[in-house]
Ligand binder design. Structure first.
Ligand code: ARG
Length: 451
């Protein structure tokens, strides 16, 4: 493509080192769509005849079909997907193919392709996140009123319901789709026409190209447009955070499925056995998800690092944007899909959950609240209940069986009524709190949001 200036062929190792077509071939549809829009603008500018435009368009469509069918031979001598397609077009249609690159550079071309690709994948991933939300919501509905301990520091804290616990993940994931929708606005901008870095002396209608490709607007600084990878970094960051959420869910499920907790059982289809220990049923999907989250973080850090020292504008380092992006997208798509399936098939062992939540110590805070209602300042109430807990632990008497009136005069005859899980949950009616009515109305709200 640049033979004019060179008298030596590119060394084999340089070709191997620098090629990207082995992975950026996946941009072929976006590259072809971008080229057709660019050619149409050339037609409008009088740079192509109708016949030339038609042969470019149909030539590109033929190439697309061949790539779809796996019949296209990519060559690393042509470095990347852009040059592979352009060279093949010229081979097929002759001189008109050589006009396609007028007023364009691979720099604005690759930025365009990658933005189109990101836009498509944002939509796919957002849908997969919603599918997982629906799976969690379905389970939340099934176990809306199953009580379970809520933890802080992995120590039993206060009772909640399984529904409330699972809806927490629905919330996290909705922030994720929100972040993706926001990032999409910055992705959906057309850099085509920015050229190598300084536009072109041949001015094509950039808005027409943007409209054809479904971009919201055109970029406004050619130097920024071709060197900007913020939109990928933002996505990798949003993906990393989805990973964080999936990883926390995984960790919860790993605990829930342990014999020690016994709160949930995953289906045989979504667990694996041991090659040695016949009794094992392992939550590998959760562990793989937790592990793969490391890759999502690594991909983000890798591109942040690649971008940080680059002078304006394009530097070949930027080719290193693709593998992290592709890897995060591939990793996340399968992680979301398998987690949705696994959650759908999960069974919650409501009796175990209830037994664990029936520990009266989980209502120690409610007992302090009772004292507050009797006029005791909260700090004193906290201390009084702390003393009662100490007596309970020392005498091995469950808190709800202690004679509280002996511990402090502030406890009245109704103090013991505090130790009723149902009333304890019922009392938590403030927005966001886990009363069963609240959980049910949250489920209804999410059902109407997610459809
Ligand atoms: N394959 C290249 C990349 O992904 C395309 C842009 C090449 N531009 C250049 N000036 N060498 O970054």
């Amino acid at each position: 493509m640049w033979k004019g200036r060179f008298s030596q062929a590119t060394a084999d190792l340089v070709q191997q080192y620098g090629e990207s077509v082995s992975y950026d071939w996946r941009l072929y549809k976006h590259d072809i769509a971008g080229s057709i829009a660019h050619a149409r603008a050339q037609l409008k500018a009088g740079l192509l005849t109708d016949e030339e435009f038609s042969s470019i368009e149909s030539g590109l469509r033929e190439i697309e079909k061949d790539i779809d069918a796996g019949k296209f031979e990519f060559s690393i001598e042509l470095e990347d997907i852009h040059m592979n397609i352009e060279a093949e077009l010229t081979k097929r249609i002759g001189a008109a193919g050589g006009k396609l690159h007028t007023a364009r550079s691979r720099n604005d071309q690759v930025a365009t392709d990658t933005r189109l690709y990101c836009r498509e994948e944002i939509d796919t991933i957002s849908k997969l996140i919603e599918d997982l939300q629906k799976a969690l919501l379905g389970k939340a509905e099934e176990y809306a009123d199953s009580v379970i301990p809520g933890y802080t520091h992995l120590q039993r804290g206060q009772p909640v319901t399984v529904g409330h616990h699972l809806l927490a993940y629905v919330e996290m994931l909705s922030r994720d789709t929100g972040r993706l929708a926001d990032a999409r606005k910055r992705v959906n901008v057309s850099p085509l026409g920015s050229g190598a870095l300084a536009g072109s002396t041949i001015n094509l209608d950039r808005q027409q190209i943007a409209d054809e490709l479904g971009f919201d607007r055109v970029t406004t600084n050619s130097m920024d447009a071709i060197s900007d990878r913020d939109y990928i970094i933002e996505l990798l960051s949003a993906f990393a955070l989805v990973g964080t959420h999936l990883s926390r869910l995984s960790e919860d499920l790993i605990l829930w499925c342990s014999s020690e907790f016994g709160f949930a059982t995953l289906s045989d289809a979504h667990t694996t056995g041991s090659s040695l220990m016949p009794q094992k049923k392992n939550p590998d999907v959760c562990e793989i998800t937790r592990g793969k989250t490391g890759r999502l973080y690594g991909n983000l850090v890798s591109l942040l690092t690649a971008a940080k020292g680059l002078p304006l504008t394009y530097n070949r380092d930027l080719q290193e944007d693709k593998e992290p992006l592709f890897d995060s997208i591939d990793t996340l798509k399968i992680a979301l899909a398998v987690n949705a399936e696994m959650i759908t098939d999960m069974v919650v062992n409501v009796d175990h959950c209830r037994a664990a939540a029936s520990d009266p110590l989980l209502l120690a805070t409610d007992l302090a609240d009772y004292l507050v209602k009797e006029g005791v300042p909260f700090r004193s109430a906290h201390e009084l209940v702390g003393q009662a807990v100490a007596v309970s632990v020392e005498t091995k008497t469950p808190l709800d069986q202690l004679d509280l009136t002996k511990v402090s005069e502030h406890y009245g005859a109704t103090a013991k009524d505090v130790f009723n899980l149902e009333t304890a949950l019922k009392a938590r009616t403030n927005p966001g709190a886990p009363s069963i009515e609240n959980v049910r109305s949250e489920i209804a709200r999410w059902n109407s949001i997610l459809g």
